[in-house]
Ligand binder design. Sequence first.
Ligand code: NAP
Length: 310
Amino acid sequence: MAEAIYPKLAVIGCGLIGSSLIRAARAVGAVGEIAVADASEAVRRRAGELGLGDRVTADVAEAVQGADLVVFAVPVMAMGEAARAAAAGLKPGATVTDVGSVKAQVAEALSEALPETAFVVPGHPIAGTEQSGPDAGFAELFHNRWVILTPQRRDDDPYLEAVQRLADFWTALGAHVERMDETHHDLVLAVTSHLPHLIAYNIVGTAADLEEVTQAEVMKYSAGGFRDFTRIAASDPTMWRDIFLANREAVLEILGRFTEDLQALSRAIRWGEGDKLFELFSRTREIRRGVIAAGQESPAPNFGRDRQRS
Ligand code: NAP
């Protein structure tokens, strides 16, 4: 097996993403020793049972001691608190990253909380499932998925080397790496991920509140399209609450555009403009073909199970 890219890794938050990263890094020998910190006692116990960390603790500062790479894998709104807890224990020259789904706000929280001796390189793996917790993670989660890094505006060699090393790490885990400005990341993800989740949460909520259609009918005939929305709408409530709070501006901008387009569709249906509907549905079919051609179609295998949240 190749030499470890990072001799010591610390992962803060051992849920779906944190535990998948540990499994993936172990599988390819990208890290040596692994320390895990998690706020949940149940998660720490499970992480110990699953052998995810050489050290498992509730103490973030203790977990990051001596680490060459620190990864924050906690909900977006918890990143600042976790980084503040880590600051005292960090060794100078450590690379610090995160996996949060929103980047501008998290990048700011990390920069504010961490000492200048750390190389802060925010990141986001575009990979996941609707499951949570350490049992839901699996080593193949990042295979053929994109990881977006949003480096700080620095061009000194030590920082650029730290960014490249982190990119090499993700590549070793099977991912493709892209670098992007954090504000642009948030706009792109508002379109490709955040708005679709909002629509799913809303449509499932609307169906649940309908009085003319029974819950039993909604379940029974769900294969008509609704079923796919229920999978997305089953995503972790804490994680998604935090995403909408942290990416408010980009989501509202995209939601405004979406609402205008929906109004136009509504008019087309009202006035019987079949050609408009047909033209849109033909264009969207092409986009679906593009997604398949880009190799991003099949969901990653889901070996996970729902964790009982304590
Ligand atoms: P998860 O399964 O819920 O795991 C998060 C873990 O972090 C939980 O065990 C949580 O404990 C713990 N935690 C919360 N605050 C903490 C703190 N201050 N210090 C230490 N541990 C803390 O979440 P996840 O799905 O892995 O998501 C983690 C991050 O990855 C989020 O920022 C999310 O936006 C991002 N992400 C998720 C996906 C996805 O599909 N799930 C995809 C890409 C990126 P408690 O349960 O006790 O709070």
